[in-house]
Design a protein around this ligand. Sequence first.
Ligand SMILES: NC(=O)c1ccc[n+]([C@@H]2O[C@H](COP(=O)([O-])OP(=O)(O)OC[C@H]3O[C@@H](n4cnc5c(N)ncnc54)[C@H](OP(=O)(O)O)[C@@H]3O)[C@@H](O)[C@H]2O)c1
Length: 280
Amino acid sequence: MAKAIPEVTLNDGTTLPVTGLGTYGLWGNAGANAVSSGINAGYRLIDTAYNYENEGAVGEGIRRSGIPRDELWVTSKLPGRYHPYDKALVAIQESLYRAQLDYFDLYLIHWPLPNQDTYVEAWQALIDAQKWGLVRSIGVSNFLPEHLERIIKETGVTPSVNQVELHPFFNQAHQRKVHTDLHIQTQSWSPIARAKDILTNDTIRQIAEAHHKTIAQVVLRWQYQIGSVSIPRSTSPERQRENLAIFDFELSDSEMTAISELSRPDGRLFDMDPATHEEF
Ligand SMILES: NC(=O)c1ccc[n+]([C@@H]2O[C@H](COP(=O)([O-])OP(=O)(O)OC[C@H]3O[C@@H](n4cnc5c(N)ncnc54)[C@H](OP(=O)(O)O)[C@@H]3O)[C@@H](O)[C@H]2O)c1
């Protein structure tokens, strides 16, 4: 049995487990089973999004797991086409209906789409959704420092979380420093870099061998030790358990540095720069 998952406290006083289950591409019956097996493996934080078209499978997986709703944290995200204030509030309600949940623990603006210039009103909608009890905590995803500064300046409300692409090949050192200064919790998407090139990386393999751990476990432990909340996705009950078994060892300072030094300025997996990437 994996050790209990530690929690972090967010700037609004709510908490979040330090690792959760990603669900991109998990849908239908198989998706619901993957979510249920993840919860039974020990996950308590589940990450979905309106645009993953699987909030229904996530809700079904939660019910199949038999774990009480109030022991779980469920995150969803607002798509770009629903940034306008009135649409955003309806979309959040629709998200809840799809998942058959009464509230989300965390709701994020999925992408800023700065060229549309609608993310401030989307943020205002999330602020109001939180006041009305639809969501417990509100945050953003893929926001660059200038987007964070603008929503804070224009609304006075700081997001609790910014979920960004973050893995050893793109370690987001500057963005994380901005988050620390603003008291925003960093969350890592694609935390094991989609388990491609990283699984043959010599530096991480040597560290993994020294600790009798897998490469994925070392990368997820690195995520934990840099202070980011990771949300690895796996459909396999075995790999879900593997990805949770990261609390019984510790990486040294030199191991942490060696992994962090794998980062490259062009290390994004899909070249999705939030300054220009548009996803509706
Ligand atoms: N906010 C955003 O814009 C954004 C963007 C992308 C993703 N996300 C979120 O972040 C989550 C995670 O990111 P991701 O799904 O892109 O990538 P990821 O979690 O880095 O990698 C997932 C891949 O790794 C494999 N895998 C998982 N554990 C493994 C292990 N221990 N050993 C070997 N392979 C393993 C999985 O295959 P198996 O299923 O076969 O194990 C899957 O193909 C998503 O699911 C989604 O919830 C958010």
